[in-house]
Design a protein around this ligand. Structure first.
Ligand code: FES
Length: 109
């Protein structure tokens, strides 16, 4: 059987949460399924709440497909947006993303 890709979520206090996330699922869903604090995901993954904001580790950022215009607009409404900001509901997990590292923001907007 194929192994599920691992995604590592790093909380504000530095706590690391490495979890297995199913291929085709989102980084947002992986956080919710594993009860990782810091991702709220109020809209349920429809790119319309921006409460699933995360910072993608610099070594991984360029490996993701580019954010849509809609996502980029939503990112402007997040608390403390940065160049490596993404909405975690828009990051779909693939084999290639095995080992992905994301950091959780201080607060969701
Ligand atoms: Fe609402 Fe990602 S869950 S924008």
């Amino acid at each position: 059987a194929n192994q599920m890709p691992k995604v590592k979520y790093i909380a504000q206090d530095g706590t690391e949460h490495p979890v297995d996330v199913e291929i085709g699922s989102s980084v947002m869903q992986g956080a919710l399924d594993n009860m990782i604090d810091g991702i709220e995901a109020e809209c349920g993954g429809f790119c319309s709440c921006a409460t699933c904001h995360c910072y993608v580790d610099e070594t991984w950022f360029d490996k993701l497909s580019e954010a849509s215009d809609a996502e980029k607009e939503m990112l402007e409404f997040t608390f403390d947006p940065r160049p490596n900001s993404r909405l975690s509901c828009q990051i779909i997990v693939t084999d290639e993303l095995d080992g992905l590292i994301v950091r959780l923001p201080e607060e969701q907007s």
